[in-house]
Design a protein around this ligand. Structure first.
Ligand SMILES: [Zn+2]
Length: 320
């Protein structure tokens, strides 16, 4: 007698653990207010620069969108992004990774912008801000249609370490809205990939090797201490610590990074308006990570669990 076997999975093997999990969307609507703008520096707000080092804990790959012809095997490789010939983490990728965390942990709730869910699949109260004069905290900080955000993340150029060619499984073409977390046709959470053991496969990509370092610089204009606290916590500087992931091939466990901040400098409102002769003042980072008035502690705890490092996920080499 023939026995029934579920298709695609060898008999007796448990289902593969998913390399991601969801932070549920918070209850309640995104809270919006008129953004503060950039044109006038405010005395009671913070304008300055945050600097640091990004260290790769697993290979990090940000696709350049180009296939590179090598003179060895493999001959065609998905190249890493470069700026002026230097391997670089584009500011836009960094910003996207940090923004997705800010959106997940903000209180009152931020709108849902970093998502692959279609608009009609998003709960009404979470839909992206569409009025530039009335924005949620994430849109104020990172920008929205027609509004330049108050945070500018620079491209982070490789300072130490090397690039290498690694091979990953071929399952990572965008699969549209599969793997989203729906209840009654509405997306119910924000998706984050766990850290874990690198999956190997047959697709060659260029990635920076573990230990490679990139120089981080973030400029900010007119942030409140609470917004700066939210930013620092999203960048992994708070407690519980978040360990971000960025770039491509995250399901294969690429993209684990550690951010180490090295300095925070602010200008006085008077100096910020000047183009020269500015005097900066160093601010201590640790006390700012205690300013948690814009942080949803429950969401932070949930995300810290998903982004725990080192993770124990064995990233899947096949369909998951
Ligand atoms: Zn928004």
């Amino acid at each position: 007698m023939e026995r029934f076997q579920p298709r695609g999975r060898p008999q007796g093997n448990p289902p593969v653990e998913k390399p991601y999990a969801f932070v549920p969307l918070p209850q309640g609507a995104a809270r919006r207010q008129p953004p503060i703008g950039h044109h006038q520096y405010r005395d009671n707000l913070l304008t300055g620069t945050l600097e640091g080092i990004i260290t790769a804990r697993s290979p990090v790959h940000v696709a350049s969108g180009q296939l590179e012809l090598t003179n060895k095997q493999p001959s065609l490789v998905q190249a890493h992004f470069r700026r002026a010939g230097q391997p670089t983490l584009p500011g836009s990728s960094l910003k996207g990774a940090i923004r997705s965390i800010v959106e997940a942990i903000a209180r009152p709730p931020a709108c849902l912008r970093v998502t692959r869910a279609r608009r009609h699949q998003q709960p009404q109260q979470a839909r992206a801000c569409d009025d530039k004069t009335n924005l949620c905290v994430a849109c104020q900080m990172f920008g929205a249609m027609g509004y330049l955000g108050q945070i500018h993340v620079h491209d982070a150029v490789l300072s130490t370490g090397e690039m290498a060619i690694i091979t990953i499984p071929s399952l990572f073409a965008p699969r549209d809205r599969e793997g989203l977390y729906f209840i009654d046709g509405q997306v119910r959470g924000r998706k984050f990939y766990r850290h874990g053991t690198l999956a190997r496969g047959s697709v060659p990509i260029e990635a920076c090797t573990v230990g490679a370092q990139f120089r981080l610089r973030v400029d900010f204009t007119n942030l409140s201490a609470a917004q700066l606290g939210l930013l620092l916590i999203a960048m992994g500087q708070g407690t519980p610590a978040l360990h971000p992931k960025l770039g491509g091939a995250k399901p294969a466990c690429c993209g684990s990074v550690a951010i180490h901040t090295t300095g925070l400098h602010v200008l006085s409102a008077r100096d910020a308006a000047l183009e020269y002769d500015t005097v900066t003042q160093a601010l201590e980072i640790a006390p700012l990570t205690q300013v948690i008035t814009l942080v949803n502690q429950e969401a932070l705890a949930q995300l810290a669990q998903i982004l725990a490092y080192p993770g124990d996920t064995a990233c899947p080499g096949g369909t998951y």
